[in-house]
Design a protein around this ligand. Structure first.
Ligand SMILES: *Cc1c(COP(=O)(O)O)cnc(C)c1O
Length: 400
């Protein structure tokens, strides 16, 4: 039998060292729980950064995947298939949008939205070709492609990957005045995360997103909401922008859209904006494949019930109430919405890394983001008892 240490040694020798995982080797998962190669059970409070909003191997999602595996998995977009139109129609219906561009990874969805925004700016808004700018927020996370890291403010994500793609203007997140000052006649779009996930679950000041919407309307600028992590019920409502009653022109979705089974992302939004793409101008071999669409449709069926939105809001309120009791007792700050929290550990205690290691030793899996910040994102199907079990572990480790 291969041991945990042997699996880790293999991994460390043969897989590129672009991550620094906790020393846990997962072999099985069900619901909110995973099993390690050591036979231990762990409660998953990371949910693959919200890709597992419905937990591991949700039976409806597995059934949809198995059913589709028995029919057809890939056609390429050279032909039509019977799942694509249905998936796009159902996603548009649920999100209240008009046209869908399916892709695979989140970064691809963001790249696609940026390309579409530029093309719209030249062909519809009338910005001189090659001059469009896109305004983004500091401490953003939108993925790892060369263009996307061009406007990252995280030096680790950028260093030695240049030369970078020009045409981006970075402003402070949450600062509406800075956003206003950055918009010019060359601005094509404003790209924002309604809640910044990687940055540590940062919720912007009330009114910021509504003001961003107003500024975009005033200047004929597209508002692109990157809801890849915040969307699909993670913060309670279907989309995090719904908290503010704000609509984006384009949304990027990913992570949970593939149900934790397949990579599936999409740009969804206005027909007159996504409609600028014509055959041959953009695409992806695997984007919108039958297997991904079938799983995506099953995800949309789960979301249509409203059960996960309700659970996220209700259990999220419980999570935040309990975590806020730890402020001043090991935690410096707790942020977030729904079943999603960023907690800052009081300086002088364990580091974020040491805390996640201590939690793993107690059977709770989560991950630090930066320095002393932990992100907690249990699957939305978690039971209240398991949620409390996880919070108890956090309290035991951080309480001082
Ligand atoms: C994870 C994430 C991405 C990138 O998604 P990948 O599937 O890893 O490429 C983009 N934007 C946000 C907000 C994310 O959380």
């Amino acid at each position: 039998m291969t041991t945990t240490a042997e699996f880790i040694a293999l991994d460390e020798h043969w897989s590129t060292h672009n991550y620094h995982p906790l020393p846990v080797v997962i072999t099985d998962g069900e619901g909110a729980w995973v099993t390690g190669a050591d036979g231990r059970r762990y409660l998953d409070f990371l949910s693959a950064y919200s890709a597992l909003n419905f937990g591991h191997r949700h039976p409806d999602l597995v059934a949809a995947a198995v059913e589709q595996l028995g029919r057809v998995t890939l056609t390429s977009r050279a032909f039509h298939h019977d799942q694509l139109g249905l998936f796009c129609a159902e996603l548009a219906e649920l999100t209240g949008t008009e046209l869908v561009l399916p892709m695979n990874s989140g970064a691809e969805a963001v790249e696609s939205a940026l390309k579409v925004a530029r093309k719209w700016a030249y062909e519809v808004k009338g910005i001189p070709d090659g001059r469009a700018e896109i305004v983004v927020a500091g401490s953003n996370f939108h993925g790892r492609t060369t263009t996307i890291v061009s406007f990252s403010t995280d030096e680790t994500a950028r260093a030695h990957f240049g030369p970078f793609t020009p045409g981006f203007v970075v402003v402070k997140y949450g600062d509406a005045a800075a956003l206003r000052d950055a918009i010019t006649e060359r601005t094509a779009a404003v790209l924002l995360e309604p809640v910044q996930g990687e940055a540590g679950v940062i919720v912007p000041p009330e009114g910021y997103l509504a003001e961003a919407r107003r500024l975009c309307d005033e200047h004929d600028v597209l508002l692109i909401a990157d809801e890849i992590q915040s969307g699909l019920a993670r913060t309670g409502p279907l989309l995090a922008l719904d908290h503010e009653g704000v609509r984006a022109d384009l949304y990027t979705l990913g992570k949970a859209l593939g149900g934790g089974i397949v990579p599936l992302s999409a740009v969804t939004g206005r027909r007159d904006v996504l409609g600028v793409l014509k055959p041959g101008e953009h695409g992806s071999t695997f984007g919108g494949n039958p297997l991904a669409c079938a799983v995506g449709r099953a995800v949309l069926r789960l979301l249509r019930t409203g059960e996960f939105q309700e659970r996220s809001a209700r259990l999220g309120a419980h999570l935040h109430a309990r975590l806020s009791e730890l402020v001043g007792h090991g935690l410096a700050e707790v942020r977030g919405r729904g079943l999603w929290a960023g907690v800052d550990i009081t300086p002088g205690g364990l580091s974020g890394r040491e805390t996640s290691e201590a939690l793993a030793a107690k059977g709770l899996l989560c991950k630090e983001t930066h320095g002393n910040t932990l992100r907690l994102a249990p699957p939305l199907m978690i039971s209240e008892a398991d949620l409390d079990r996880g919070i108890d572990a956090v309290a035991e480790v951080v309480r001082r």
